[in-house]
Design a protein. Structure first.
Length: 446
């Protein structure tokens, strides 16, 4: 591998101590693009990788808020504006107690290449807070979001930086965030956030887009290898936005989804998961997935998340969180005859799990390609906001399908061109990298 790539990986580990998630994503991307770096000395001369691994700007701030009992809390707020070479920073906001700078930087770095793959003009960024939305009232969520936006608003804008949802941030939170933004700025700049409600500038199909996009991508991948979703057994981790719409589309494609999970445990339902019931429990009641087994006789609940990967399946779709599918899980999946692993979450598989899956010739659909449908549809929401117009569900869905096909083809072709035929991970990293690299080279040393 290129000496330059090795040096940059070492530098990132040395200069960002303790940021293991960030180290992992940098290692994954830079290792993949080594053949391109070797073939193009101009990148090294322009210190391109040094610039790419350093965020353009990191904003960290205090988020004070008052709970319903009058107690004052203080959380940490983050926005990492990673790269704006091809468009305004774009990426979600995550609210979860595990959030720290390493996690936001890993997500921001991934987002740069993912957004490049979408073919749309969006740069990469990510943000969030270590605030825990679980068990909070609507009013507490609103006060937190208002406090968060009171600081964030000075750093974002529809041509500057456009946040959206991620773990713990859905339609309710985007509504509160947008209300506060609009109030402070005294302007209706709908394009400043995506994932908005349909009554105030949201796009049809954005809610479904990440899960649906994952299914469009993996369907193409299966078909390219003479297979389909019909009658396949599917396991999906998570039961949030991405998982729910992945399950819905998998069933529409004729698959049987037998399991899903939340951060406490998983449910196994050999009759097939009732997605409407999952929506009721997780989206309406904001309850625990354990409830599913209490309400459906054919289902069983198991405490703990990892065991979900020991369930026999043809297709595994990790859609919960980072590093949830480790080497041991990968071994269990392979032993049970898995054919494809498709990443709906960001970086759900550990590096050794990916290596194991690929060395066992399991089809592997990497996150930044396979889950790009969400942010791609966010960019379509921005386009509609700019036009002050909206497309029908079918129009957005068709564009999403086209984008997922183009990401699949770009990843496949780049892998082939650089001597890694069939490896979509290397392919998507190279394809995503090239557009950002060319834009940065054209724009000089900035
Ligand atoms: P949600 O908050 O809607 O759902 C997250 C789901 O994952 C919940 O079921 C949650 O369980 C579970 N989960 C969260 N953290 C953990 C954890 N530490 N261990 C086990 N399970 C956990 O988030 P999304 O569905 O939006 O996001 C899921 C993943 O997809 C994330 O990796 C996100 O970055 C990625 N993603 C999201 C996109 C989007 O458009 N929303 C786009 C592309 C990627 P519980 O209910 O117990 O919290
Ligand atoms: O990880 C992701 O791509 C997202 N959470 C969606 C980001 C967005 O801006 O829609």
């Amino acid at each position: 591998m290129s000496k330059y790539v090795d040096e940059i990986i070492e530098k990132v580990v040395r200069e960002n101590p303790g940021e293991t998630e960030f180290h992992n994503t940098v290692k994954e991307v830079l290792t993949s693009i080594a053949p391109v770096i070797d073939a193009n000395p101009k990148y090294q001369n322009a210190a391109l990788l040094e610039r790419m691994v350093e965020p353009e700007r990191v904003v960290m701030f205090r988020v004070p808020w008052v709970d319903d009992a009058g107690k004052v809390h203080v959380n940490k707020g983050y926005r990492v504006q990673f790269n704006s070479a091809i468009g305004p920073y774009k990426g979600g906001l995550r609210l979860h107690p595990s959030v720290n700078l390493s996690i936001i930087k890993f997500l921001g770095f991934e987002q740069v290449f993912k957004n490049s793959l979408t073919t749309l003009p969006i740069g990469g960024g990510k943000g969030g807070s270590n605030f825990d939305p679980k068990g909070k009232s609507d009013n507490e969520i609103m006060r937190f979001c208002q406090s968060f936006m009171t600081e964030l608003q000075r750093h974002i804008g529809q041509d500057t930086d456009v946040p959206a949802g991620d773990i713990g941030v859905g339609g309710r939170e985007i509504g509160y965030l947008y209300g506060q933004f609009k109030r402070i700025r005294n302007a209706y700049e709908a394009g400043v956030l995506t994932g908005k409600g349909l009554t105030y500038g949201g796009s049809l199909a954005r809610t479904e887009a990440t899960g649906y996009g994952l299914l469009y991508f993996t369907k193409l991948y299966l078909e390219d290898n003479g297979m389909s979703y019909k009658d396949q057994t599917v396991v999906v981790s998570g039961s949030g936005n991405v998982a729910i719409y992945a399950m819905e589309k998998a069933q529409e494609f004729g698959a049987k989804v037998v399991a899903c999970s939340d951060s406490n445990g998983y449910v196994f339902d050999p009759e097939g998961i009732d997605v409407a019931l999952v929506k009721q429990i997780k989206e309406v009641e904001r309850g625990r997935i354990k409830e599913y087994a209490a309400r459906k006789a054919s289902a069983t609940y198991t405490e703990g998340c990892k065991g979900i990967w020991t369930i026999k399946c043809d297709i595994a779709l990790p859609c919960a969180t980072q590093q949830e599918l480790d080497l041991e899980s990968a071994k269990a999946l392979v032993a049970n005859g898995v054919k494809l692993v498709g990443e709906g979450a960001n970086m759900p598989s550990t590096l050794d799990a990916i290596e194991y899956l690929q060395s066992n010739k399991i089809m592997f659909a990497p996150a930044k390609a396979a889950n790009a449908g969400g942010v791609a549809t966010s960019a379509l929401e921005m386009a509609q906001n700019s036009m002050r117009y909206s497309w029908t569900f079918e129009e957005v869905d068709e564009k999403l399908k086209g984008i997922m096909a183009s990401i699949y083809n770009a990843s496949k072709n780049a892998a082939k061109e650089y001597g890694h035929e069939g490896d979509l991970l290397v392919g998507c990293n190279i394809a995503g990298f090239l557009k950002v690299a060319d834009a940065m080279m054209a724009q000089g040393i900035v």
